[in-house]
Design a protein around this ligand. Sequence first.
Ligand SMILES: Cc1cc2nc3c(=O)[nH]c(=O)nc-3n(C[C@H](O)[C@H](O)[C@H](O)COP(=O)(O)OP(=O)(O)OC[C@H]3O[C@@H](n4cnc5c(N)ncnc54)[C@H](O)[C@@H]3O)c2cc1C
Length: 259
Amino acid sequence: MINKIINFSKYTSIKIGGNIEISYIDDESIEKIYPLVGAGNNILISNNVKKAYILSKKFDYIHIKEDKLYIGASTPSGKIVNFCKKNNIKNFEWAYSLPATLGGMIRMNAGVKEYEIFNHLISVKFFNGYVYKKDIPHAYRWTNIDKIVYEAVFEIEKGFSKELVNKFSKFRENQPIIASAGSCFKNPKGSFAGKLIEDVGLKGYRINDVGFSEKHSNFLVNYKNGTFDDAIKLINKAKKVIFDKYKIQLEEEIVIINS
Ligand SMILES: Cc1cc2nc3c(=O)[nH]c(=O)nc-3n(C[C@H](O)[C@H](O)[C@H](O)COP(=O)(O)OP(=O)(O)OC[C@H]3O[C@@H](n4cnc5c(N)ncnc54)[C@H](O)[C@@H]3O)c2cc1C
């Protein structure tokens, strides 16, 4: 493992976190490790965290073998979509401009509307080999994965669609362009987290420099000097107010790393 200090207030998309000693994993025999970070687009990390792990560039690859796509877990989403464009492969267009590495996408079952990364997945490689999709419990923006994802294997279907890429780029236009961790809460059954936040008057609401975006109320944004504590206070406030009013228990989509 190679060690390096990374400033997480620069590394994460929400620009919160301190200096953390990172060990880069290049050994596929490790089962699980905590805290594991991908590209840091859906995490909120406390300044108390002093040590974390990231998969090394050894896992940044895309291969085609016997009509299947093998993608290493540290491969960025943009690289995957570009590869699919070049090779006329469909089903990954939705991941265009979704900031992620493959490992983060698999663990979160990332997706946009009816598209999600598990749709065309065949299997995931963990420390002890490949596990088929049917044996990995998963649902909307959720998996039970607690082990390191090293690689994933996908079906190949021909027919990359530039139109779909354009459609998803347009969809991004209503998202804030300032520092954010993407969606803060999962949509509860039968409702939208953003709508609930708006209905209780918290759209645009801030605690110091952390707020629910004025553009997209379920996006947690950092206006400049936001802290982990401000973000946690805001999350807890929204959960309480929405529970008190609608008896709906919101669940975080962002991953909170506190130690
Ligand atoms: C502007 C913006 C827009 C976004 N839009 C969307 C959207 O439309 N849809 C959507 O689903 N998400 C969206 N997100 C959230 C984010 O893009 C996804 O959750 C993405 O999958 C995170 O990938 P990451 O590599 O950054 O993972 P991180 O945020 O670094 O980590 C997320 C989780 O994955 C785990 N993880 C990372 N790598 C591995 C691995 N190799 N093995 C096992 N676990 C691992 C981490 O431990 C952590 O629990 C958005 C985020 C931003 C900032």
